[in-house]
Ligand binder design. Structure first.
Ligand SMILES: Cc1cc2nc3c(=O)[nH]c(=O)nc-3n(C[C@H](O)[C@H](O)[C@H](O)COP(=O)(O)OP(=O)(O)OC[C@H]3O[C@@H](n4cnc5c(N)ncnc54)[C@H](O)[C@@H]3O)c2cc1C
Length: 434
Protein backbone atom coordinates (compact mmCIF):
# COMPACT_ATOMS: atom_id res chain seq x y z
CA UNK A 1 0.00 0.00 0.00
CA UNK A 2 1.24 3.51 -0.74
CA UNK A 3 0.06 7.12 -0.92
CA UNK A 4 -3.36 7.94 0.49
CA UNK A 5 -4.36 4.25 0.76
CA UNK A 6 -1.63 3.74 3.40
CA UNK A 7 -3.75 5.99 5.60
CA UNK A 8 -6.58 3.43 5.76
CA UNK A 9 -6.84 0.35 7.98
CA UNK A 10 -7.64 -2.92 6.15
CA UNK A 11 -11.14 -3.01 7.63
CA UNK A 12 -11.79 0.70 7.00
CA UNK A 13 -15.50 1.66 7.12
CA UNK A 14 -17.60 4.66 6.16
CA UNK A 15 -20.07 3.97 8.99
CA UNK A 16 -19.68 5.82 12.29
CA UNK A 17 -17.22 4.29 14.75
CA UNK A 18 -20.03 4.40 17.33
CA UNK A 19 -22.12 1.91 15.35
CA UNK A 20 -19.56 -0.86 16.08
CA UNK A 21 -20.69 -0.97 19.69
CA UNK A 22 -24.25 0.17 19.05
CA UNK A 23 -25.48 -1.03 15.63
CA UNK A 24 -28.61 0.62 14.21
CA UNK A 25 -31.55 -1.00 16.01
CA UNK A 26 -33.85 -3.46 14.29
CA UNK A 27 -37.35 -2.43 15.30
CA UNK A 28 -40.39 -4.61 15.01
CA UNK A 29 -42.55 -3.62 12.04
CA UNK A 30 -45.96 -2.83 13.50
CA UNK A 31 -49.15 -1.59 11.86
CA UNK A 32 -49.62 1.94 13.11
CA UNK A 33 -52.95 3.43 14.21
CA UNK A 34 -55.02 5.66 11.92
CA UNK A 35 -55.14 8.42 14.51
CA UNK A 36 -52.69 9.46 17.24
CA UNK A 37 -52.33 12.38 19.58
CA UNK A 38 -48.77 13.29 18.56
CA UNK A 39 -46.77 12.46 15.42
CA UNK A 40 -43.04 13.22 15.51
CA UNK A 41 -41.01 13.44 12.30
CA UNK A 42 -37.38 12.42 12.95
CA UNK A 43 -35.99 10.02 15.56
CA UNK A 44 -32.85 11.81 16.75
CA UNK A 45 -32.39 13.48 20.13
CA UNK A 46 -34.95 16.22 19.31
CA UNK A 47 -37.67 13.80 18.24
CA UNK A 48 -37.15 11.21 20.98
CA UNK A 49 -36.87 13.75 23.81
CA UNK A 50 -40.12 15.35 22.64
CA UNK A 51 -41.83 11.96 22.31
CA UNK A 52 -40.70 10.84 25.76
CA UNK A 53 -42.41 13.86 27.32
CA UNK A 54 -45.66 13.52 25.40
CA UNK A 55 -45.93 9.75 25.96
CA UNK A 56 -45.20 10.12 29.66
CA UNK A 57 -47.76 12.93 29.71
CA UNK A 58 -50.40 10.44 28.54
CA UNK A 59 -50.50 11.26 24.79
CA UNK A 60 -50.43 8.47 22.23
CA UNK A 61 -47.20 9.26 20.39
CA UNK A 62 -45.66 7.93 17.19
CA UNK A 63 -42.18 8.75 15.83
CA UNK A 64 -41.27 8.28 12.15
CA UNK A 65 -37.83 8.15 10.63
CA UNK A 66 -37.08 7.92 6.93
CA UNK A 67 -34.08 5.72 7.79
CA UNK A 68 -33.13 3.51 10.73
CA UNK A 69 -33.89 5.00 14.16
CA UNK A 70 -31.26 7.60 15.06
CA UNK A 71 -29.65 7.38 11.62
CA UNK A 72 -29.05 11.16 11.44
CA UNK A 73 -26.56 13.24 13.40
CA UNK A 74 -27.64 11.83 16.76
CA UNK A 75 -25.55 8.67 16.30
CA UNK A 76 -22.82 10.28 14.17
CA UNK A 77 -21.57 13.15 16.28
CA UNK A 78 -18.34 13.65 18.21
CA UNK A 79 -20.01 13.21 21.60
CA UNK A 80 -18.76 16.57 22.90
CA UNK A 81 -21.29 18.04 25.29
CA UNK A 82 -21.30 21.81 25.70
CA UNK A 83 -23.68 24.67 26.32
CA UNK A 84 -24.27 24.57 22.55
CA UNK A 85 -24.57 28.35 22.11
CA UNK A 86 -22.40 29.85 19.36
CA UNK A 87 -21.31 33.47 19.66
CA UNK A 88 -19.64 35.45 22.42
CA UNK A 89 -21.55 37.54 24.94
CA UNK A 90 -20.61 40.87 23.32
CA UNK A 91 -21.64 39.70 19.92
CA UNK A 92 -24.99 38.38 21.21
CA UNK A 93 -25.64 41.68 23.00
CA UNK A 94 -24.88 43.64 19.82
CA UNK A 95 -27.26 41.49 17.77
CA UNK A 96 -30.12 40.89 20.23
CA UNK A 97 -29.76 43.27 23.17
CA UNK A 98 -28.53 42.51 26.67
CA UNK A 99 -31.62 40.80 28.08
CA UNK A 100 -31.97 38.43 25.10
CA UNK A 101 -28.22 37.67 25.10
CA UNK A 102 -28.34 36.71 28.76
CA UNK A 103 -31.47 34.60 28.24
CA UNK A 104 -29.88 32.73 25.32
CA UNK A 105 -26.70 32.02 27.30
CA UNK A 106 -28.89 30.84 30.17
CA UNK A 107 -30.61 28.42 27.75
CA UNK A 108 -27.18 27.00 26.95
CA UNK A 109 -26.36 26.58 30.62
CA UNK A 110 -29.78 24.98 31.22
CA UNK A 111 -29.30 22.59 28.29
CA UNK A 112 -25.96 21.36 29.64
CA UNK A 113 -27.32 20.97 33.18
CA UNK A 114 -30.54 19.33 32.03
CA UNK A 115 -28.74 16.69 29.96
CA UNK A 116 -26.42 15.68 32.82
CA UNK A 117 -29.34 15.41 35.20
CA UNK A 118 -31.50 13.49 32.71
CA UNK A 119 -28.76 10.93 32.01
CA UNK A 120 -28.15 10.46 35.75
CA UNK A 121 -31.86 10.26 36.68
CA UNK A 122 -32.63 7.79 33.90
CA UNK A 123 -29.38 5.86 34.51
CA UNK A 124 -28.53 5.97 30.78
CA UNK A 125 -25.33 3.97 30.31
CA UNK A 126 -23.49 6.12 27.72
CA UNK A 127 -20.03 6.95 29.11
CA UNK A 128 -21.18 10.43 30.14
CA UNK A 129 -18.21 12.11 31.88
CA UNK A 130 -17.70 15.70 32.93
CA UNK A 131 -14.18 15.94 31.53
CA UNK A 132 -14.15 19.63 30.58
CA UNK A 133 -13.26 21.28 27.29
CA UNK A 134 -9.99 22.85 26.17
CA UNK A 135 -10.79 25.46 23.53
CA UNK A 136 -7.44 26.17 21.87
CA UNK A 137 -6.26 29.39 20.20
CA UNK A 138 -4.83 28.71 16.75
CA UNK A 139 -2.97 32.05 16.63
CA UNK A 140 -1.57 34.44 19.29
CA UNK A 141 -4.19 36.99 18.19
CA UNK A 142 -6.97 34.50 18.87
CA UNK A 143 -5.61 33.91 22.35
CA UNK A 144 -5.86 37.67 23.00
CA UNK A 145 -9.50 37.51 21.79
CA UNK A 146 -10.14 34.63 24.22
CA UNK A 147 -8.64 36.75 27.00
CA UNK A 148 -10.91 39.69 26.14
CA UNK A 149 -14.02 37.50 25.91
CA UNK A 150 -13.15 35.85 29.19
CA UNK A 151 -12.91 39.24 30.92
CA UNK A 152 -16.37 40.22 29.64
CA UNK A 153 -18.25 37.00 30.43
CA UNK A 154 -20.99 37.79 32.99
CA UNK A 155 -20.01 35.77 36.05
CA UNK A 156 -23.58 35.44 37.35
CA UNK A 157 -24.67 33.18 34.46
CA UNK A 158 -22.83 30.27 35.98
CA UNK A 159 -20.60 29.63 32.96
CA UNK A 160 -17.34 28.34 34.43
CA UNK A 161 -14.11 29.02 32.52
CA UNK A 162 -10.40 29.63 33.07
CA UNK A 163 -7.59 30.73 30.78
CA UNK A 164 -4.55 28.55 30.09
CA UNK A 165 -1.51 30.39 28.66
CA UNK A 166 0.73 28.68 26.13
CA UNK A 167 3.36 28.03 28.80
CA UNK A 168 0.90 25.73 30.63
CA UNK A 169 -0.73 24.24 27.57
CA UNK A 170 0.97 20.85 27.78
CA UNK A 171 -1.00 20.06 30.90
CA UNK A 172 -4.09 20.15 28.63
CA UNK A 173 -2.85 19.03 25.24
CA UNK A 174 0.22 17.33 23.80
CA UNK A 175 0.50 19.72 20.86
CA UNK A 176 2.69 22.76 20.17
CA UNK A 177 0.40 23.94 17.39
CA UNK A 178 -1.67 26.22 19.65
CA UNK A 179 -1.12 29.44 21.58
CA UNK A 180 -2.97 28.74 24.81
CA UNK A 181 -6.70 28.44 25.30
CA UNK A 182 -9.58 28.42 27.68
CA UNK A 183 -10.91 25.53 29.76
CA UNK A 184 -14.64 25.04 30.35
CA UNK A 185 -14.55 22.51 33.20
CA UNK A 186 -18.31 21.69 33.04
CA UNK A 187 -18.34 20.45 29.47
CA UNK A 188 -18.59 16.70 29.08
CA UNK A 189 -18.22 13.76 26.72
CA UNK A 190 -20.45 10.79 25.96
CA UNK A 191 -20.91 7.99 23.47
CA UNK A 192 -23.60 9.53 21.22
CA UNK A 193 -25.02 6.28 19.87
CA UNK A 194 -25.20 4.73 23.36
CA UNK A 195 -27.02 7.84 24.55
CA UNK A 196 -29.43 7.58 21.61
CA UNK A 197 -29.93 3.87 22.33
CA UNK A 198 -30.80 4.72 25.96
CA UNK A 199 -33.29 7.35 24.80
CA UNK A 200 -34.88 4.94 22.34
CA UNK A 201 -35.21 2.26 25.03
CA UNK A 202 -36.91 4.67 27.38
CA UNK A 203 -39.21 6.02 24.65
CA UNK A 204 -40.32 2.48 23.71
CA UNK A 205 -40.77 1.55 27.37
CA UNK A 206 -42.95 4.65 27.82
CA UNK A 207 -45.26 3.48 25.04
CA UNK A 208 -43.92 5.51 22.08
CA UNK A 209 -44.30 3.74 18.71
CA UNK A 210 -41.15 4.21 16.64
CA UNK A 211 -41.57 3.48 12.93
CA UNK A 212 -38.26 3.31 11.08
CA UNK A 213 -37.54 3.32 7.33
CA UNK A 214 -40.80 5.20 6.79
CA UNK A 215 -40.54 8.77 5.50
CA UNK A 216 -43.30 11.25 6.18
CA UNK A 217 -44.08 12.54 2.70
CA UNK A 218 -46.81 15.15 3.33
CA UNK A 219 -48.27 17.08 6.27
CA UNK A 220 -51.54 18.93 5.87
CA UNK A 221 -53.54 20.94 8.41
CA UNK A 222 -57.15 19.81 8.86
CA UNK A 223 -58.40 22.52 11.19
CA UNK A 224 -58.60 20.23 14.20
CA UNK A 225 -55.16 18.65 13.64
CA UNK A 226 -53.06 17.22 10.81
CA UNK A 227 -53.19 14.53 8.17
CA UNK A 228 -49.84 12.88 7.44
CA UNK A 229 -48.93 10.79 4.43
CA UNK A 230 -46.11 8.32 4.98
CA UNK A 231 -44.35 5.68 2.93
CA UNK A 232 -46.59 3.14 4.68
CA UNK A 233 -49.98 4.83 4.69
CA UNK A 234 -51.83 7.81 6.16
CA UNK A 235 -52.76 8.84 9.67
CA UNK A 236 -54.06 11.85 11.53
CA UNK A 237 -52.49 13.53 14.54
CA UNK A 238 -53.68 16.26 16.86
CA UNK A 239 -50.13 17.63 17.14
CA UNK A 240 -47.07 17.36 14.90
CA UNK A 241 -43.45 17.78 16.00
CA UNK A 242 -40.83 18.49 13.32
CA UNK A 243 -37.44 17.09 14.37
CA UNK A 244 -35.65 16.76 11.04
CA UNK A 245 -32.86 19.35 11.62
CA UNK A 246 -30.09 19.00 8.95
CA UNK A 247 -32.19 16.47 7.04
CA UNK A 248 -35.20 18.77 6.58
CA UNK A 249 -36.55 18.12 3.08
CA UNK A 250 -39.45 19.04 0.82
CA UNK A 251 -42.06 17.86 3.35
CA UNK A 252 -41.15 20.80 5.65
CA UNK A 253 -40.59 23.69 3.19
CA UNK A 254 -40.86 26.47 5.81
CA UNK A 255 -38.21 24.85 8.00
CA UNK A 256 -36.05 23.95 5.03
CA UNK A 257 -35.86 27.64 4.09
CA UNK A 258 -34.43 28.38 7.54
CA UNK A 259 -31.76 25.72 8.02
CA UNK A 260 -28.52 25.41 6.11
CA UNK A 261 -27.47 21.74 5.86
CA UNK A 262 -23.69 21.38 6.14
CA UNK A 263 -21.67 18.15 6.10
CA UNK A 264 -19.54 17.63 9.18
CA UNK A 265 -16.76 15.07 8.61
CA UNK A 266 -15.01 12.99 11.23
CA UNK A 267 -12.52 10.11 11.44
CA UNK A 268 -11.52 7.53 14.04
CA UNK A 269 -8.00 6.13 14.17
CA UNK A 270 -7.06 2.54 14.82
CA UNK A 271 -6.10 1.84 18.46
CA UNK A 272 -2.96 3.83 19.30
CA UNK A 273 0.16 2.67 21.12
CA UNK A 274 -0.52 2.24 24.86
CA UNK A 275 0.20 5.42 26.80
CA UNK A 276 0.19 7.73 23.75
CA UNK A 277 -3.25 9.22 24.52
CA UNK A 278 -2.02 10.12 28.01
CA UNK A 279 0.50 12.45 26.36
CA UNK A 280 -1.90 13.84 23.73
CA UNK A 281 -5.02 14.47 25.83
CA UNK A 282 -3.84 13.89 29.41
CA UNK A 283 -7.02 15.05 31.17
CA UNK A 284 -9.44 13.38 28.74
CA UNK A 285 -10.86 16.79 27.80
CA UNK A 286 -12.90 17.35 24.67
CA UNK A 287 -11.04 19.75 22.38
CA UNK A 288 -12.08 22.43 19.91
CA UNK A 289 -10.17 25.35 18.43
CA UNK A 290 -10.71 28.95 17.44
CA UNK A 291 -10.69 28.38 13.68
CA UNK A 292 -13.83 29.43 11.83
CA UNK A 293 -13.63 25.97 10.27
CA UNK A 294 -13.20 24.44 13.67
CA UNK A 295 -11.33 21.20 14.38
CA UNK A 296 -12.93 19.22 17.19
CA UNK A 297 -11.47 16.08 18.65
CA UNK A 298 -11.27 13.81 21.68
CA UNK A 299 -10.19 10.37 22.81
CA UNK A 300 -12.64 7.50 22.32
CA UNK A 301 -14.32 6.47 25.60
CA UNK A 302 -11.72 3.66 26.03
CA UNK A 303 -8.95 6.24 25.32
CA UNK A 304 -7.41 4.06 22.64
CA UNK A 305 -8.38 6.04 19.54
CA UNK A 306 -8.43 9.64 18.39
CA UNK A 307 -11.75 10.91 16.98
CA UNK A 308 -10.97 13.94 14.85
CA UNK A 309 -13.56 16.08 13.03
CA UNK A 310 -13.73 19.18 10.89
CA UNK A 311 -14.51 20.60 7.49
CA UNK A 312 -11.76 19.93 4.94
CA UNK A 313 -13.46 20.39 1.58
CA UNK A 314 -15.16 23.37 -0.04
CA UNK A 315 -18.11 21.37 -1.42
CA UNK A 316 -19.64 18.24 0.10
CA UNK A 317 -17.52 15.17 -0.53
CA UNK A 318 -17.23 11.44 0.10
CA UNK A 319 -15.96 10.40 3.56
CA UNK A 320 -13.29 8.35 1.75
CA UNK A 321 -11.93 11.57 0.26
CA UNK A 322 -12.25 13.65 3.44
CA UNK A 323 -10.46 10.98 5.54
CA UNK A 324 -6.83 11.48 4.35
CA UNK A 325 -7.27 15.27 4.51
CA UNK A 326 -8.56 15.16 8.07
CA UNK A 327 -5.75 12.80 8.96
CA UNK A 328 -3.15 15.19 7.48
CA UNK A 329 -4.54 18.03 9.67
CA UNK A 330 -4.55 15.75 12.73
CA UNK A 331 -0.88 14.83 12.12
CA UNK A 332 0.01 18.50 11.68
CA UNK A 333 -1.37 19.12 15.20
CA UNK A 334 0.00 15.84 16.62
CA UNK A 335 3.13 14.69 14.74
CA UNK A 336 3.12 11.61 17.04
CA UNK A 337 0.10 10.34 15.08
CA UNK A 338 2.00 10.07 11.79
CA UNK A 339 1.66 6.28 11.77
CA UNK A 340 -1.97 6.11 12.92
CA UNK A 341 -4.27 4.67 10.27
CA UNK A 342 -7.96 5.51 9.87
CA UNK A 343 -10.47 2.83 10.79
CA UNK A 344 -13.67 4.86 10.23
CA UNK A 345 -14.58 8.02 8.34
CA UNK A 346 -18.13 9.32 8.19
CA UNK A 347 -20.25 12.39 7.62
CA UNK A 348 -23.52 13.78 8.92
CA UNK A 349 -25.54 16.86 8.00
CA UNK A 350 -25.77 19.47 10.73
CA UNK A 351 -28.12 22.46 10.43
CA UNK A 352 -26.76 26.00 10.56
CA UNK A 353 -29.01 29.03 10.77
CA UNK A 354 -28.64 32.59 9.51
CA UNK A 355 -28.14 33.92 13.05
CA UNK A 356 -26.05 30.90 14.21
CA UNK A 357 -28.56 30.15 16.99
CA UNK A 358 -30.91 27.20 17.47
CA UNK A 359 -34.65 27.89 17.19
CA UNK A 360 -37.78 26.45 18.74
CA UNK A 361 -41.38 27.43 18.20
CA UNK A 362 -44.54 26.83 16.21
CA UNK A 363 -45.35 27.33 12.55
CA UNK A 364 -48.84 26.79 11.12
CA UNK A 365 -49.65 24.79 14.23
CA UNK A 366 -46.68 22.40 13.97
CA UNK A 367 -43.99 22.42 16.67
CA UNK A 368 -40.34 22.56 15.61
CA UNK A 369 -36.85 22.80 17.05
CA UNK A 370 -33.79 22.93 14.79
CA UNK A 371 -30.59 24.70 13.84
CA UNK A 372 -28.08 23.59 16.46
CA UNK A 373 -25.19 24.74 14.25
CA UNK A 374 -23.14 21.58 14.76
CA UNK A 375 -23.45 21.66 18.53
CA UNK A 376 -26.67 19.93 19.47
CA UNK A 377 -26.07 17.03 21.83
CA UNK A 378 -27.32 19.01 24.81
CA UNK A 379 -29.45 21.60 22.96
CA UNK A 380 -31.36 19.16 20.71
CA UNK A 381 -32.14 17.07 23.79
CA UNK A 382 -33.16 20.08 25.85
CA UNK A 383 -35.25 21.75 23.14
CA UNK A 384 -36.80 18.35 22.30
CA UNK A 385 -37.86 18.10 25.93
CA UNK A 386 -39.21 21.67 25.76
CA UNK A 387 -41.16 20.83 22.58
CA UNK A 388 -42.78 17.89 24.36
CA UNK A 389 -43.78 20.14 27.24
CA UNK A 390 -45.14 22.76 24.80
CA UNK A 391 -47.32 20.10 23.14
CA UNK A 392 -48.61 19.12 26.56
CA UNK A 393 -49.48 22.78 27.13
CA UNK A 394 -47.41 23.00 30.29
CA UNK A 395 -47.10 26.65 31.04
CA UNK A 396 -43.31 27.01 31.18
CA UNK A 397 -42.10 30.52 30.54
CA UNK A 398 -40.60 30.78 27.04
CA UNK A 399 -36.84 30.32 26.91
CA UNK A 400 -34.47 32.91 25.40
CA UNK A 401 -34.31 31.00 22.13
CA UNK A 402 -38.10 30.69 22.00
CA UNK A 403 -38.40 34.45 21.81
CA UNK A 404 -36.14 34.94 18.76
CA UNK A 405 -37.51 35.16 15.21
CA UNK A 406 -36.35 32.34 12.92
CA UNK A 407 -34.89 34.11 9.90
CA UNK A 408 -34.43 33.08 6.31
CA UNK A 409 -32.99 34.99 3.35
CA UNK A 410 -34.65 36.05 0.09
CA UNK A 411 -34.49 33.31 -2.57
CA UNK A 412 -33.06 30.72 -0.17
CA UNK A 413 -35.00 27.46 -0.51
CA UNK A 414 -32.71 25.00 1.25
CA UNK A 415 -29.89 24.55 -1.24
CA UNK A 416 -26.80 26.27 0.20
CA UNK A 417 -25.21 27.33 -3.09
CA UNK A 418 -23.11 29.84 -1.12
CA UNK A 419 -21.41 27.14 0.97
CA UNK A 420 -18.28 26.54 -1.13
CA UNK A 421 -17.33 30.25 -1.41
CA UNK A 422 -18.05 30.74 2.30
CA UNK A 423 -15.85 27.79 3.27
CA UNK A 424 -13.14 29.14 0.96
CA UNK A 425 -13.35 32.57 2.63
CA UNK A 426 -13.27 31.04 6.13
CA UNK A 427 -10.24 28.95 5.29
CA UNK A 428 -8.47 32.08 4.08
CA UNK A 429 -9.41 33.89 7.33
CA UNK A 430 -8.14 30.93 9.39
CA UNK A 431 -4.81 30.94 7.57
CA UNK A 432 -4.39 34.67 8.14
CA UNK A 433 -5.61 34.38 11.73
CA UNK A 434 -8.36 36.98 11.27
C1 LIG B 1 -19.95 14.46 12.38
C2 LIG B 1 -20.76 15.24 13.40
C3 LIG B 1 -20.17 15.61 14.59
C4 LIG B 1 -20.91 16.32 15.55
N1 LIG B 1 -20.33 16.55 16.75
C5 LIG B 1 -21.06 17.13 17.74
C6 LIG B 1 -20.50 17.25 19.03
O1 LIG B 1 -19.40 16.77 19.31
N2 LIG B 1 -21.25 17.88 19.98
C7 LIG B 1 -22.50 18.38 19.71
O2 LIG B 1 -23.12 18.97 20.62
N3 LIG B 1 -23.07 18.22 18.49
C8 LIG B 1 -22.40 17.60 17.50
N4 LIG B 1 -22.98 17.38 16.28
C9 LIG B 1 -24.36 17.87 16.06
C10 LIG B 1 -25.44 16.99 16.73
O3 LIG B 1 -25.19 15.64 16.44
C11 LIG B 1 -26.82 17.41 16.22
O4 LIG B 1 -27.02 18.78 16.49
C12 LIG B 1 -27.98 16.63 16.86
O5 LIG B 1 -27.74 15.24 16.82
C13 LIG B 1 -29.29 16.96 16.14
O6 LIG B 1 -30.27 16.05 16.57
P1 LIG B 1 -31.69 16.03 15.84
O7 LIG B 1 -32.51 14.99 16.51
O8 LIG B 1 -32.27 17.39 15.77
O9 LIG B 1 -31.38 15.63 14.32
P2 LIG B 1 -30.86 14.22 13.67
O10 LIG B 1 -30.23 13.35 14.69
O11 LIG B 1 -30.05 14.59 12.50
O12 LIG B 1 -32.21 13.53 13.24
C14 LIG B 1 -33.01 13.96 12.18
C15 LIG B 1 -33.73 12.73 11.62
O13 LIG B 1 -34.84 13.16 10.81
C16 LIG B 1 -35.06 12.14 9.87
N5 LIG B 1 -35.93 12.65 8.80
C17 LIG B 1 -35.70 13.69 7.96
N6 LIG B 1 -36.75 13.87 7.13
C18 LIG B 1 -37.68 12.92 7.46
C19 LIG B 1 -38.97 12.59 6.95
N7 LIG B 1 -39.53 13.27 5.93
N8 LIG B 1 -39.64 11.55 7.50
C20 LIG B 1 -39.11 10.85 8.53
N9 LIG B 1 -37.86 11.12 9.04
C21 LIG B 1 -37.16 12.14 8.52
C22 LIG B 1 -33.66 11.77 9.42
O14 LIG B 1 -33.61 10.49 8.80
C23 LIG B 1 -32.86 11.85 10.73
O15 LIG B 1 -32.68 10.57 11.32
C24 LIG B 1 -22.26 16.70 15.28
C25 LIG B 1 -22.85 16.32 14.08
C26 LIG B 1 -22.11 15.58 13.14
C27 LIG B 1 -22.75 15.18 11.85
Amino acid sequence: MGGASAAFAEDFKTDPYWWERTPRPKLETVAFPKAVDVAVVGSGYTGLCAALQTARGGRETIVFDAQAAGWGCSTRNGGQVSTSVKGEYDDLVRRHGEAAARAVLKDGRNALDWLGTFIADEAVDCDFRTVGRFHAAHTPGRYRVLERNYAKLPRDLGIEAHLVPRSDQHAELGSDAYHGGVVYPDHASLDPARYHHGLLDRALASGVSVVDNCAVTAIEGTGSGFRLATARGELTARDVVLATNGYSGAVVPWLRRRVIPIGSYIIATEPLAPGLMDRLIPKDRVISDTRRLVYYYRASPDRRRMLFGGRVSFAETDPRRSAPRLRAEMVRLFPDLVGARISHSWVGFVAYTFDTLAHIGQHSGTHYAAGYCGSGVSMASYLGMRLGRNVLGLDDRPTGLERLAFQTRPLYTGNPWFLAPTVMFYRWCDRLGV
